[in-house]
Design a protein around this ligand. Structure first.
Ligand code: ATP
Length: 367
């Protein structure tokens, strides 16, 4: 029996109340067809059969085609749920760098892991994100292959627009719709068949406002949001509404948002997060970092215990920079710094020494 036939058989036998209690978002489907008053204790088949034909004619439907619409709606809902739960790993199989030299790398990243991508400007960080976004199969300039749960995807799986495995938060985000924040979030909730949409919309809005510096309201037009506010809204949206299990972030450091909180939020739901960054705080907040050089994966380094210690100092420095930025933003004088700069010089044999780098590379078993 095909998937849709199984869904049809299963849902039509349930009562309306049972179906709604398992999938609250189904109420939206009924409301769309003006069917909010269906009798709750009847089976779905029974309740749909009792709808007067003229009520459905308004939508160009009869009971049979309405049932098929409901089955398609449920199939998408179930597919999204399964997908969210199904990506356990992604694997990057090396291709070649800008010179055509082989990368000789196989890196597997598990659900819940955060990996940063670092390297000089123009080295190829966004290109690696692009490979993951399109689930490359040796058909991009880098010739990399990306596997999901250890296997290559078919072209149908890669290019199925309903199959949104990867969410990408890119550097430039522009809205073209004339909607306010509330309408925008409601539209997303609907298109992603979000369960408990009202609650999720409120969570997204509150969280985006916490991430962004300057507050905005639900009435604010999305076209009026600043770059940082748009970024904050999209991060909250990705964290709470998107079912995509893989999140790619291209440089959030310049968006003026709370970066640590943003990453914490995205990793809460066992997503795989890859961040291209020039920011030490973000780079070291990851479990591992991929170092890109000349278009190729040069090294993969696990964040060492010493680096995690340094991260605490980096956070303090970051807090100082943030405070200075706030003072400047609000037209205040910058207060004298209570920092002993002599103490800030990196220790001679500190993190980053050759010995430690070798250990890191051995640890992840890379080239
Ligand atoms: N392996 C490769 N083979 C061929 N071209 C590559 C490869 N990797 C990167 N490139 C090319 O190099 C250019 C710069 O790459 P990319 O934009 O990914 O750099 P970046 O590290 O993200 O830069 P920035 O830090 O400035 O954002 C792009 O034109 C990209 O197509």
């Amino acid at each position: 029996m095909g998937d849709n036939a199984k869904i049809r058989e299963s849902i039509t036998k349930q009562t309306i109340a049972e179906l709604i209690s398992t999938y609250p978002v189904v109420q939206d489907f009924f409301v769309n067809y003006n069917l909010q008053n269906l009798q709750q204790d009847l089976t779905v088949a029974g309740a749909l059969a009792r709808i007067p034909p003229e009520q459905l004619q308004e939508f160009g439907l009869d009971v049979f085609s309405l049932t098929e619409e409901l089955v398609k709606f449920m199939a998408t809902l179930i597919h999204n749920r399964e997908e969210r739960e199904s990506v356990r790993t992604i694997t990057i199989i090396g291709g070649r760098n800008k010179q055509g030299e082989a990368e000789n790398v196989t890196l597997t990243i598990a659900a819940g892991e955060v990996v940063s991508i670092v390297g000089p400007t123009g080295s190829g960080k966004s290109c690696l994100l692009g490979d993951i976004e399109c689930l490359a199969q040796g058909d991009t300039p880098t010739r990399r292959h990306i596997l999901i749960n250890g296997r290559s995807l078919t072209d149908e799986e890669r290019f199925d627009i309903g199959n949104k495995m990867v969410a990408q938060l890119s550097q430039n985000m522009n809205f073209v719709m004339d909607l306010n924040v509330a309408e925008f979030l409601a539209m997303h909730a609907k298109s992603r068949l979000c369960e408990e949409a009202g609650q999720v919309i409120q969570q997204c809005f509150t969280c985006a406002n916490e991430l962004a510096g300057e507050k905005f309201t639900l009435d604010t037009k999305v076209t009026q949001l600043s770059g940082g506010q748009s970024r904050a809204l999209m991060i909250a949206d990705t964290a709470y509404m998107s079912s995509s299990p893989i999140v790619l972030i291209d440089e959030i450091e310049n968006a003026g948002i709370d970066r640590k909180q943003a990453i914490g939020l995205l990793t809460e739901n066992e997503k795989i997060v890859l961040i291209s960054t020039h920011d030490p705080l973000l780079a070291l907040s990851a479990d591992k970092r991929i170092v890109i050089k000349n278009g190729g994966i040069h090294k993969i380094m696990k964040t060492s215990a010493a680096e995690i210690n340094s991260l605490r100092d980096i956070e303090k420095l970051d807090a100082i920079m943030l405070a200075i930025r706030q003072q400047l933003r609000y037209g205040e004088r910058v207060s004298p710094l209570a920092v002993n700069f002599n103490k800030l010089a990196p220790a001679e044999q500190g993190p980053g020494s050759d010995q430690q780098e070798k250990e890191c590379q051995q640890h992840v078993g890379i080239i």
